[in-house]
Design a protein around this ligand. Structure first.
Ligand code: GUN
Length: 281
């Protein structure tokens, strides 16, 4: 039976470390403030935004939230971002995705100052990651690296397979694993022989968006399996992209859903906010 990688415990450790850092910065007169923007009222987004604000409170970061109506125009959103970009009291700007269809996400993301891009989605942040320069890193893949390191899973020289090539998870995950000197393969919906490739992995990161798609037949004995997916099954219970019951019998270590990758994303967002405040001092 695989050991559980407990994202709740590890994310709490990180938030507690950050809490101390934030308190020390406060003593030096440095206050940190995150601006959170939500357009419309997508139910999942409302939950995520609520959790982000709660985490800010826990760590001691101030947050200001902008809950804008669904009909908000792209121009209105851009003008709010411009205002926040030039407000020196704001250290980080987060625009919750997805945005309503009439707003172009790329245009909006590009407008956020790279110095305040705590989500790590700006093309400059992505470019910096690809060429090994310091910059903000997308929170979910950054959180996965922390999960691996804090669970004593060696990355250097290992065969890592990432399933999924999204801009938010798959691609930055591959870059980060490469930065840790792993051998990285990125698979996606058109990949041939997916099972064979996955079976080579010492570390398998699954971000495909299909409930319970990966069962034990995809996993090498003793591998570390990281499940980024989150879905509700037919009984309204949360599950991931990995069939936990099946895979936990062959994997060496595995993240549960919920309580694996999810809490890490928010912990890393808090980390990016602290970095933003230090960087702009
Ligand atoms: N929507 C789903 N995940 C994320 C995230 O990490 N950041 C933002 N801004 N929106 C999201």
């Amino acid at each position: 039976m695989a050991d559980l990688i407990d994202g709740k415990v590890i994310s709490k450790q990180i938030k507690d470390e950050l809490k101390e850092k934030v308190a020390a910065l406060k003593k030096e007169g440095i206050e940190i403030c995150l601006a959170v923007i939500q357009v419309g009222n997508d139910t999942a987004s409302t939950v995520y935004v609520g959790n982000k604000k709660k985490a800010c409170e826990y760590v001691g970061i101030n947050s200001v939230s902008y809950e804008l109506p669904e009909e908000t125009t792209e121009e209105e959103l851009i003008s709010l971002i411009d205002r926040l970009n030039s407000d020196s009291a704001i250290n980080g700007i987060l625009v919750q995705l997805p945005l309503p269809k009439h707003i172009d996400e790329d245009t909006v993301i590009k407008r956020i100052s790279p110095d305040k891009d705590v989500d790590g989605f700006h093309p400059e942040s992505v470019g910096r990651l690809s060429i090994g320069q310091r910059g903000f890193v997308s929170c979910t893949p950054a959180g996965i690296i922390e999960l691996l390191k804090r669970s004593d899973i060696e990355i250097e020289g290992k065969e890592c397979v990432v399933i999924g090539r999204s801009n938010i998870v798959g691609k930055p995950m591959a870059m980060l694993l490469l930065r840790e000197n792993a051998t990285v393969t990125v698979c996606h919906s058109r990949t041939k022989n997916l099972k064979e490739i996955c079976k080579r992995a010492d570390i398998l990161v699954v971000a495909i968006g299909k409930p319970k798609m990966i069962d034990a037949s995809y996993v090498k004995e003793g591998a570390a399996v990281i499940d980024v997916g989150i879905h509700r099954n037919e009984n309204n219970k949360l599950c991931g992209d990995v069939d936990f019951d099946s895979v936990s019998k062959v994997a060496g270590k595995i993240t549960p859903v919920p309580g694996g990758v999810g809490p890490m994303t928010i912990a890393m967002l808090m980390n990016n906010c602290v970095e933003a405040a230090i960087m702009n001092e």
